[in-house]
Design a protein around this ligand. Structure first.
Ligand SMILES: [Zn+2]
Length: 588
């Protein structure tokens, strides 16, 4: 996909209408077989795809081979584009594997205990990678890649009782399990030789036509355009046909075996110019909380806090997700039991049909639960990222200073060890999603986005900058607790909610970064103990209710130093005086 400084791609997926499904699925089956054939041939040349990345991937594949089953030049280009992209991605993972291979050790494996089966020692993995990364370029994605490959290596260990010696040993040939065909290798929506795509905004549809193999295997064009209703967000934006990028056709498969074709169509939208550093005056610091999902505080360039902190608490949400997971567990148990019982029957037993029918129903239900679960996660990620962007606009912040994704804190919520662990895993999924959304939405809106290393931010006093300890609660300061929710500074006696203090500290790091950019045009991220990171004062000036409460109680509840706005707990929605077009883009 083309990436550019001025434009940003947005993807929408639409299920193809029923009349086109059979042909599209046949096309996807045919291209999957070609893609997998080519992958098998090129797998021994994986390294070649890591060293050279210039130009489209299909050209690189073309240097090695022609189509294994010829059915049109552009069709093969599109298929080889898929092959090339997979190989380039795998080659990157192989590089990541070669970086972590020397540090793979038994310390990464956590022995089984009564409470938990054998698993990965994530803190040890994280620490090893962080240490390793200090010798490499600072890069968020590479950390994720390193962690991902480390985890895969641990999975290999569980099966083979040793770590893999080579990447090829770790990673089996990455064959496509379901059909996937990008049209990026073709000549565009108007002149394409494998597909055509045009927008008809008056009718609110996209017109899509494609080449496919018929039942007898003869390749032909579809005789009529397939009309795809446009999603509302596309209709609202005055999209031009020129902004349409090559779409991707792919197959989705449900657990019960049902399959259908989906078209991802991709629209290229213009990014808003980023503000010059000299015009940035305020920074919003956001911290992944221990108790709330996110905490955000605005600070101006003179280290003065602006407005009240904002907490996004997801207690009710976590509970609902946990319930859905339990429901899935129950269903899985039922499926396993029924499969056992069916196995015990003789092959001509009439009861087999009954079991088959029941199993189909259960699998469909599991599928439905997973979809609900993932939809909720996505919705929350969108909500959280929108809240942060609105806060930026409310407070006039043009720099969003975000705690890096490298920390994953346990929230200590949920029922039992297993529940907490899952909640923790799910939160890290949501954080990744929020982080990605923020990065691209900031580009759309013209906000600067910068990540900060969180080391020490929860244990440093934002008022005087000295190290500080955390305690279980404001009244219980007998014993310092690493994960305690109340921070108390022995030096200046300042105290406050730990997540709030951390968000102010992240904002302080952002201000230090901003100041360097303003004065030298060059900046390195500071550590929290750096003298360039200035203490913050808070006079309460400019404090205003940021977003209206959505619950039935109009009055905020006070508890210690924190204000809770009722209605933002279980379910939350956004209200904004933003222009409709801005809001729709935010809701993406
Ligand atoms: Zn202090």
């Amino acid at each position: 996909m083309r990436t550019s400084r001025t434009h940003q791609p947005l993807t929408y997926d639409v299920r193809l209408p029923d009349e086109a499904q059979a042909d599209a699925l046949r096309l996807l089956d045919a291209s999957r077989s070609v893609v997998n054939g080519a992958l098998a041939i090129l797998w021994p040349y994986l390294d070649e795809f890591g060293s050279e990345r210039a130009g489209p991937a299909w050209k690189q594949v073309g240097k090695f081979m022609g189509s294994p089953q010829y059915h049109g030049d552009r069709q093969w280009r599109c298929e080889s584009e898929v092959v090339g992209r997979i190989l380039r991605q795998q080659a990157e993972r192989k590089k990541a594997f070669e970086v972590i291979q020397p540090i793979l050790s038994d310390g990464f494996i956590r022995k089984s205990t009564e409470e938990r089966p054998v698993g990965k020692n994530r803190p040890a993995i994280k620490e090893a990678i962080t240490t390793l990364q200090k010798s490499l370029e600072e890069d968020e994605t590479s950390f994720v890649a390193l962690q991902n490959v480390s985890e895969q290596s641990c999975n290999y260990f569980f099966q083979h009782d040793r770590f893999p010696a080579t990447y090829e040993e770790l990673q089996p040939l990455p064959l496509l399990k379901v059909g996937l065909l990008t049209y990026a290798g073709d000549d565009g929506g108007a002149k394409g030789q494998a597909y055509r795509l045009a927008l008809d905004l008056d009718a609110g549809v996209a017109r899509f036509r494609f080449r496919y193999p018929d039942e007898t295997g003869v390749w032909r064009w579809r005789k009529v355009d397939t009309l795809i209703p446009l999603p509302d967000c596309v209709k609202e934006r005055p999209t031009r046909t020129e902004e349409l990028m090559a779409p991707t056709l792919r197959e989705e498969r449900r657990a019960d075996g049902a399959r259908f074709a989906v078209l991802d169509f991709i629209i290229e939208v213009e990014k808003t110019d980023l503000p010059g550093w000299e015009s940035v005056e305020r920074v919003l610091g956001a911290d992944w909380g221990v108790h709330s999902l996110l905490t955000a505080t605005a600070v101006d360039e003179h280290s003065q806090q602006v407005g009240r902190p904002f907490f996004l608490n997801t207690g009710g949400f976590d509970g609902r997700q946990a319930r859905t997971r339990r429901q899935i567990d129950e269903l899985k148990k039922k499926v396993a039991r029924y499969e056992e019982q069916r196995k015990a029957l003789s092959s001509d037993d009439p009861k087999r049909a009954w079991f088959k029918q029941k199993l189909t129903v259960f699998r469909r239900e599991i599928d439905r639960c997973w979809r609900k679960y993932e939809q909720r996660n996505r919705a929350l990620a969108h909500l959280a990222s929108n809240v942060l962007l609105l806060l930026c606009q409310v407070h006039g912040c043009s720099l969003l200073s975000m705690e890096s994704l490298k920390t994953l804190k346990t929230t200590g919520r949920g029922s039992g060890v297993r529940g907490r662990w899952r909640n923790y895993r799910n939160n890290s999924t949501i954080r990744g999603e929020i982080w990605r959304l923020l990065r691209y939405k900031c580009h759309l809106l013209g906000l600067r986005f910068h990540t900060e290393q969180p080391r020490g931010t929860s244990h440093t006093c934002p008022q005087c900058g000295q190290p500080a300890k955390t305690y279980r609660s404001p009244s219980d300061r007998k014993e310092a607790v690493k994960w305690g929710r109340w921070m108390y500074c022995d030096t200046c006696h300042y105290n406050g909610d730990r997540d709030y203090c951390a968000s102010v500290n992240i904002a302080r790091l952002g201000v230090a970064y901003l100041t360097q950019m303003k004065h030298t045009g060059k900046a390195r991220s500071c550590s929290i103990s750096d003298p360039r990171v200035k203490p913050v004062t808070y006079t309460g000036a400019g404090a205003a209710l940021l977003l209206p409460p959505t619950g039935s109680h109009a009055r905020p509840i006070r508890s210690g130093k924190i204000c809770y706005y009722p209605g933002w707990f279980g379910s939350a929605f956004l209200q904004s005086s933003q222009e409709k077009s801005v809001f729709l883009r935010l809701c993406g």
